[in-house]
Write a protein that binds this ligand. Structure first.
Ligand SMILES: O=C(O)C1=C[C@@H](OP(=O)(O)O)[C@@H](O)[C@H](O)C1
Ligand SMILES: C=C(OP(=O)(O)O)C(=O)O
Length: 435
């Protein structure tokens, strides 16, 4: 197994341009592929999750042309019906590809198979399948009921009755339904059963659907209505924002190790909920500055612990769990049960690895409580569980003046292949990470 030894450093400052948002990249690619007309997508993320979506669209017969070696792509819209009537798709561990493609393909009148890496086959999808099957879709589990891999057959889908969807396992099920339903041209009403988690991701979905000409009316977070006869139309050009979840590591670096660190590509004008990570850093005592398209974090003395509900930013919440090691007092992160069904069981993985650097950790069903030790344990070997965010989060330990080794650092490729180079560009002095 590859390992990356990060030497101690106590100083991070500078600025960097963020890679494109995963959530916006994959939604935009799918919406563009379902639209009438060509869409130019600028600044697409270059990472595994997006590669899986691009490969899938290729197999589905959608033409996507890259402009030179830029990250700008022109997608030729299929007008709501993919050219390939049969396809076998491998979607890795990309939830933002697997869930939305399941719903879209269930309405396409073809034969499709969707599979992923072994962990993807442990991530639930039963609530989405139930919702689609209730409207008439023909979806079969190839292995364990409730989980991928799936096979889809032609079927007649009717949306006359209200479609119930559970909201408390993953918001991606609701996102998938909302993005797919306009393909039927019928009116549809979706009702969320249970509390909806990760709400800001639904806002990303609705805002991007609107850019492609489909409006959804909603009654709070409970009922969503799509009027009949709407279809996706290309907006011409879409610029992908920088990734706000990726921004969290650098902003935390600035708050922990001096700063200022500035990220370019997200700011006040962002449609991503994870920009609200900056509010949590501010509550911990960091100085935050924000422009339309940038955010900056600077230390303002040592950080202090917080007790926060981070259900709205489940991905960036992991960064707070590690930043807590640099904060005075006990930090509690609440309402994060969805961590258990992501790239790994993140509650358990986070607790195990935080203990390796000496923290006292209480792992609840849906919360994590972290108390830092008087001095962090040097040279811990951090296991990353094939979870990009475990690798990126724990790199921050090196900025607390403590050497740390990241096992299997290549797992960052899911959303940020160049992460460790970007981090190195912000750390200074003789003790900056060796490449
Ligand atoms: O819709 C999206 O783009 C995402 C939704 C979130 O998942 P859940 O809704 O499962 O919490 C988030 O963790 C994931 O990285 C991306
Ligand atoms: C949960 C994540 O990914 P996915 O889109 O596969 O759900 C993540 O990126 O942290």
């Amino acid at each position: 197994m590859e390992q990356l030894a990060l030497p101690p450093s106590t100083r991070a400052s500078g600025s960097l341009t963020l890679p494109g948002s995963k959530s916006i990249s994959n939604r935009t690619l799918l919406l563009a592929a379902l639209s009438a007309g060509d869409t130019r997508v600028c600044g697409l993320l270059d990472a595994d999750d997006v590669s899986r979506m691009l490969e899938a669209l290729d197999k589905l017969g959608v033409t996507v042309r890259r402009e030179g070696d830029s990250r700008d792509f022109v997608v030729t819209g299929s007008g709501g019906r993919f050219p390939a009537r049969e396809a076998d798709l491998f979607l890795g561990n990309a939830g933002t590809a697997f869930r939305p493609l399941t719903a879209a393909l269930a309405l396409m009148d073809g034969h499709y198979r969707l599979s992923g890496v072994p962990r993807m086959h442990e991530r639930p999808i039963g609530d989405l399948v139930d919702a689609l099957a209730g409207a008439g879709a023909a979806i079969r589990y190839e292995g364990v009921p409730g989980y991928p891999p799936l096979s889809i057959a032609p079927a007649t889908v009717r949306t006359g009755a209200v479609i119930p969807i559970r909201g408390n396992v993953s918001s991606q099920f609701l996102t998938a339904l909302l993005m797919a339903l306009p393909l039927t041209s019928q009116a549809a009403t979706v009702e969320v059963v249970g509390e909806l988690i990760s709400k800001p991701y639904i806002e990303i979905t609705l805002k991007l659907m609107a850019r492609f000409g489909v409006t959804v009316s909603r009654d709070g977070w409970q009922r969503f209505h799509i009027a009949a006869g709407q279809g996706y139309r290309s907006p011409g050009v879409i610029h992908v924002e920088g990734d706000a979840s990726s921004a969290s590591y650098f902003l935390a670096a600035g708050a922990i190790a001096g700063g200022p660190v500035r990220v370019e590509g997200v700011g006040r004008g962002s449609i991503q909920g994870d920009v609200r990570f900056a509010e949590v850093l501010a509550a911990m005592g960091a100085t935050i500055r924000m422009g339309e398209n940038w955010i900056e974090a600077e230390a303002n003395g040592p950080l202090t612990a917080v007790d926060v509900d981070l259900n709205h930013i489940p991905d960036a919440a992991m960064t707070i769990a590690v930043a807590a090691l640099a904060a005075k007092g006990t930090t509690t992160i609440r309402n994060i049960e969805s961590w258990r069904v992501k790239e790994t069981d993140r509650l358990s993985a986070m607790a195990t690895e935080l203990r390796k650097v000496g923290a006292t950790v209480e792992e609840g069903r849906d919360y994590l409580r972290v108390t830092p030790p008087a001095a962090l344990t040097p040279n811990a070997r951090i296991d990353t569980y094939d979870d990009h965010r475990m690798a990126m989060c724990f790199s921050l330990v090196s900025l607390m003046g403590t050497p740390v080794t990241i096992n299997d650092p290549g797992c960052v490729g899911k959303t940020f292949p160049g992460y460790f180079d970007s981090l190195a560009s912000l750390t200074h002095g003789a003790d900056a990470p060796a490449r």
